[in-house]
Design a protein around this ligand. Structure first.
Ligand code: ADP
Ligand code: MG
Length: 449
């Protein structure tokens, strides 16, 4: 059997066992280039395919190869032959894109700080310079300059990034200080659990030992009186001891509904700074910087087009970049401005994207090589639980389905399971580049992107 025949035989087997979409995505342009010494070398078109074959299909491929030829003991995947044909520019790019998957960072369990968020990669423009300057000042002299520091601005504009950067910077400058970053929602559930378990004293005393308390999205405390009361006490204790408190919200303290007057006046007692919407120049700089961080190189014409058209917030700018990077990676071709225009048409004009729960479940099942009914069973196997959580996340994110509806769709699972799944995936997406790419790919299949 020649190596071509060998690989054809393997592909024929695999094709029988996985969905056509997956087959096309992962096995297109693969070939066996060597079979010496019991090692089969398979060439794949890009790093993405390499990783997927190694992680998801290696066992199957090996089994088939071994039945075809007992002498085969090992498989190696290399990124392709195609390299010979690519232009100089591409050659620089491809190995670098590889790093995308390794740019995951670890969250510190004690502080909840993520080193990904730093001042060094926080881009400053007219829209956020006041907040940035205030944050930097606080991190040089925590507790004594602006206390509390209250940062507000719309979604996706960099509040979490800035708060975390302040925490990381203080950590660097004053390693002995105890820092804690916590989203207000999580603080609330901490209060509720402590009340339920009668551990309120313990809860409070833990917070009283903190030197720098960072509370993100404080608007979530609106209407939660008991939580506000506990927070008020913790706030006072820390404030009196000159401990730094940093707060973010999507709106200024004055306009947070159902915020007790005493808490509002505490918030207004320090420095209040806002983050606005970045102007065109800053959007361009952001794109330029982010592409270089991600080690991709899009032409200025492309970046200009994105900067002119994507205006809402920085998260959206990043989203578009990721989409383009994934596209470039899968297709292993340099993006042209024309392709970008076509790819972004949906994002810019944003016609209502149409899909259904059925379609989402079907695509997710196919993507992970499961049967739809596997996804809908009660199985707790990891290979099923994770895709199921992703499907639940997508029903929520793409269709805004209610949690009880999502629960019912998955054979009467409780709505709390759906909430848990949604939040888990959302959280993971913050740091997991690989998951981001997977979800981007799934969405592309859902919308036939
Ligand atoms: P918010 O908390 O206001 O909703 P985030 O802090 O989560 O927004 O920001 C959304 C994304 O945009 C994050 O990935 C963040 O790193 C990025 N980002 C926001 N502002 C900046 C900035 N000034 N420079 C670089 N990246 C930014
Ligand atoms: Mg945030």
């Amino acid at each position: 059997m020649t190596k071509e025949e060998l690989w054809q035989a393997v592909l024929a087997q695999i094709q029988l066992n996985i969905s056509p979409a997956n087959f096309a995505t992962w096995f297109k342009n693969t070939e066996v280039i060597n079979t010496k010494g019991g090692e089969v070398v398979i060439s794949v078109p890009n790093s993405f395919a390499k990783e997927w074959l190694e992680q998801k299909y290696n066992k199957t491929i090996f089994k088939i190869l071994h039945t075809l030829d007992e002498n085969i003991k090992d498989i190696k995947y290399i990124i392709g032959k195609q390299e010979l044909r690519i232009t100089k520019k591409e050659r620089i790019e491809i190995p670098l894109i590889d790093q995308l998957e390794f740019s995951e960072f670890k969250l510190d369990k004690e502080t909840n700080l993520n080193p990904r968020y730093a001042f060094e990669n926080f881009i400053v423009g007219p829209f956020n310079e006041l907040s940035q300057a205030a944050g930097l000042a606080v991190s040089k002299n925590p507790g004594f300059i602006y206390n509390p520091l209250f940062i507000y601005g719309g979604v996706g504009l960099g509040k979490t990034h800035l708060l975390q950067a302040i925490g990381n910077e203080i950590n660097k400058n004053f390693s002995e200080k105890k820092i804690k970053y916590i989203p207000a929602e999580k603080f609330t559930s901490g209060v509720i659990t402590s009340i339920r378990n009668q551990e309120m004293e313990n809860f409070k005393s833990k917070y009283r030992q903190i030197d720098v308390l960072i509370i993100d999205d404080v608007q979530f405390l609106a209407g939660k009186e008991k939580t506000q009361e506990e927070f008020f006490h913790i706030f006072n204790t820390l404030y009196e001891k000159n401990k730094q408190i940093i707060i973010s919200s999507d709106r200024p303290p004055k306009t947070i509904p159902a915020l007790t007057e005493r808490l509002r006046s505490r918030f207004e007692g320090g420095m209040i700074a806002d983050i606005g919407i970045p102007d065109y120049e800053t959007r361009f700089v952001i794109l330029k910087t982010k592409t270089s961080e991600k080690n991709v190189d899009f032409s200025d014409e492309i970046l200009n087009y994105i900067a002119l058209n994507i205006k809402k917030n920085i998260r959206e700018l990043e989203g578009v970049l990721n989409k383009l990077i994934v596209y470039q990676k899968i297709n292993n071709q340099i993006l042209t401005p024309e392709t970008v225009k076509i790819l972004l048409k949906n994002t810019i004009i944003s016609p209502p994207k149409i899909t259904t729960p059925k379609k989402i479940i079907q695509v997710v099942a196919e993507f992970y090589d499961l049967k739809e009914k596997d996804l809908l069973t009660l199985s707790r196997r990891k290979e099923i639980v994770y895709p199921r959580q992703i499907a639940m996340y997508l029903l929520r994110e793409e269709l805004k389905n209610s949690y009880p509806f999502i629960g019912r769709r998955f054979r009467g699972k409780d709505h709390t399971t759906a909430i848990y799944a949604y939040e888990k995936i959302l959280k993971e997406l913050e740091n997991n580049e690989k998951l981001k790419e997977e979800i981007e790919l799934i969405k592309q299949q859902i919308y036939n992107f």
